[in-house]
Design a protein around this ligand. Structure first.
Ligand code: GDP
Ligand code: MN
Length: 380
């Protein structure tokens, strides 16, 4: 789960990381009121769950408080990478001397928490990572040793020469690790961590992604969920208990079981197709879940065909067939459908689907080939 910058800053501040003062608002007149309180230059920042807001025009430095209302009005309602800006953070602007990057993530290759820092932080960090990776310093954290103050100090020396700044950064780097662990996060980032002419070190951007599987024990983070910032499909998937990840392709997939869903996506790619999503309807399927899955998939206009791939172990194929029947009775998708069912009550399921005019296939290979061929037909 993603949270907004202003929420991540609240959490970081509670762990002792210095951030500039600010307030989040939803209207331009409220933004102007916050700016009057701050009484000096401010930055108006779009609060959306996506990076690169600065480059997209969603972060604006405003010198005169009298201009804040107009700037906030322009940013509110703006579309950034498909997300509508509904909130802005109005924060005290600072004079920046240097911009560094500090981030923590779970590295799947080493299966360890990894710290990344770079003195070349700011809006071009992706380019730095790609073109000059030697400017990024990495520390893989050994779970037995843990993250110790000397590790934080070593990372801080990669950012600054000035002893006072190294000391300040050591504290920030250590506290960011505490915030990451304390909130069960999968990613924590400060980009940029800036130095001011006074020498002070400050976090002026903040990012924190929570691990969904740990939210049950992170009620404060869970409360930060912003339903307005999620797509309808994501909200529906969560409500119905479906694991759903949208992708860029054209073939919608409804599959029971995460492993089978991954295999289905692999086979689609193997035969030259592109999956539109990962969607796991879970082990015990009921018609309601199938209806929700179809609603989610058909809301994606890129989808040119839908493949059902169901293995009936605990799930009974006839349940799924009835789910498909109920879903189509409610709303029949306008794209080709291929259904592959095998396992418990397979014959019963086929009878149900054939009575509805659908043909159910038995093997994954033939089903994937069929949906790719049919979706190409639909596209032309
Ligand atoms: P992002 O583009 O979504 O990562 O948003 P950031 O919060 O990182 O802001 C983007 C850039 O705007 C930063 O890298 C800074 O260069 C600039 N910026 C943000 N806040 C301030 C500020 O208070 N003063 C100045 N001078 N620049 C700022
Ligand atoms: Mn940033």
């Amino acid at each position: 789960m993603k949270i907004h910058e202003y929420q991540a800053k609240e959490i970081f501040a509670s762990y002792g990381i210095p951030v500039p003062p600010g307030e989040v608002v939803t209207t331009a007149s409220e933004a102007a009121a916050v700016a009057r309180k701050i009484d000096g230059p401010v930055v108006v920042k779009a609060q959306v769950h996506v990076g690169g807001r600065g480059k997209a025009g969603g972060v604006k430095l405003v010198e005169k408080p009298s201009d804040v209302e107009a700037v906030a009005d322009q940013i509110l309602g703006m579309d950034i990478k498909g997300l509508t800006v509904r909130k802005v953070l109005v924060t005290s602007a600072v004079e920046i001397e240097t911009e560094a990057y500090v981030g923590l993530l779970l590295d799947r290759a080493s299966k360890r928490i990894t710290y990344l820092v770079s003195a070349a932080g700011g809006v071009d960090i992706e380019e730095v990572a790609e073109k000059t990776p030697e400017l990024i310093h990495k520390l893989t954290i050994d779970p037995v040793v843990g993250f110790r103050p000397f590790h934080a100090r070593w990372l801080a020396t990669k950012l600054y020469k000035d002893p006072a700044q190294v000391k300040a950064a050591t504290g920030i780097i250590f506290n960011l690790y505490r915030a990451f662990m304390g909130t069960d996060s999968s990613l924590a980032e400060i980009n940029p961590l800036v130095t001011l002419p006074s020498g002070e070190v400050l976090a002026i951007d903040a990012k924190l992604n929570a691990d969904d599987n740990a939210l049950f024990r992170q009620p404060k983070v869970e409360e930060m969920r912003d339903l307005d910032a999620e797509t309808d499909a994501e909200i529906l998937a969560r409500e119905k208990g479906l694991s759903y990840v949208p992708l860029d392709g054209e073939i919608g997939c409804v599959v029971n079981g995460a492993g089978l869903a991954m295999a289905t996506m692999d086979v689609i790619k193997h035969y030259g197709g592109e999956p539109a999503n990962f969607l796991d309807i879970g082990g015990s399927s009921n018609p309601e879940k199938v209806v929700a899955a179809l609603d989610i998939i058909t809301s994606d206009s890129k989808v040119k065909g839908i493949l059902f791939n169901i293995f009936g172990g605990i799930t009974r194929c006839d349940d799924v067939a009835n789910g498909i029947k109920a879903a189509f009775a409610k709303k029949k998708p306008q794209v080709p459908i291929v259904i592959r069912l095998t396992g418990t009550n397979e014959d019963l399921a086929k009878e149900i689907l054939e009575a509805e005019g659908y043909h159910a296939l038995t093997t994954m290979d033939e089903a994937v080939k069929a949906i790719i061929a049919e979706s190409k037909g639909a596209a032309s």
